[in-house]
Design a protein around this ligand. Structure first.
Ligand SMILES: [Zn+2]
Length: 86
């Protein structure tokens, strides 16, 4: 992705946040670690894995740190296994 102006970037984020989560497989993402995956949509941001603020449990939905694309992990059980929950 080329450098975009701040205004375009904000527009993109606003649009992405309103969209339904895109179904992805955590195992297929380019991962830097269990909890850091590269965003395949903007190739710039990361998915850092979210936790519930109340229970601290991992959540199966995530948001890119750069483009704000929302995803839902289709293989969430795998992620939980890596976390030692299952
Ligand atoms: Zn992204």
């Amino acid at each position: 992705m080329n450098e975009m102006g701040k205004r375009e970037w904000i527009k993109m984020i606003e649009a992405n946040i309103k969209k339904e989560p895109i179904k992805v497989y955590w195992a297929k993402l380019q991962r830097l670690s269990n909890y850091r995956s590269e965003c395949p949509f903007c190739a710039r941001g990361l998915f850092l894995v979210k936790r519930s603020q109340e229970t601290f449990e991992l959540l199966d939905e995530d948001t890119c740190t750069y483009c704000a694309t929302r995803i839902k992990y289709m293989d969430f059980d795998l992620l939980l296994q890596k976390d030692g929950v299952k």
